[in-house]
Design a binder for this molecule. Sequence first.
Ligand code: APR
Ligand code: ZN
Length: 241
Amino acid sequence: RQDNRIKTLMHVTPQDRLFVLTGAGISAESGLATFRGSGGLWNGYRVEQVATPEAWAADPELVWHFYSQRRRNAISAQPNAGHIALAKIEHQLGDRFYLCTQNVDELHEQAGSQRIHHMHGNLFQSRCTRCNQPFSDTALYETAATLPTCDRCGSPVRPHIVWFGEIPLDMDAIYRKLERATVLLVVGTSGSVYPAAGLVHIANQQGTRTIYIGPEEPLNHEAFDEILLGTATELLPALVP
Ligand code: APR
Ligand code: ZN
């Protein structure tokens, strides 16, 4: 039955417009821990305790340290066959492909993805809390002992990460792309964080075919037309002819 479903997905034709949404699960087989899985704790903290504006206000060093460590993990990780398969699909579909990721690593880019949007920010960027000056100087993270400050206005520099309670980046562009998509493929996200988890509902309303890939059903599973149970590296390469 699963084989049949994979064949169905392979019928993404050159006329289709494919919108892909990925979550932490696609990087799991590259060795990066997911948030809500068994390894979802960081030094005994729940992610919600370090990834919030409140946590930043209370203990910026802790938050900076959290992201420094995640950034180091991301640097030593390699893209897996799932990331690579998506890059190949993009190569075939060109402008009919759009990748929206909740992940803050750059494994999609390393695999060759180009039409990609990081809706929850990026581990390799930071910005001034006051004047919004962006920083991509990775050395900022290496000196995690002291918090970096903006060279323009002297205010604290924060990770360019969308925290709980903050609005994801460029939602307008995401909705515009989704509006035009004929297929929504969601990979490796638990369906627990909105607005990302709500994209499948929008797709349904407009008649876009919806497919989920991951080892277990997401929380919003009832909204999907098709669910393929398996890991990203097991299932995504099979989609590339
Ligand atoms: N292949 C595919 N999916 C996998 C794999 C794998 N090898 N391993 C685990 N998964 C799935 C899990 O079954 C789970 O559904 O990946 C999902 C990971 O879920 P979460 O840890 O909740 O991660 P995600 O959904 O990306 O989190 C959303 O929450 O913490 C915030 O901003 C953060 O972007 C993040 C958001
Ligand atoms: Zn500044």
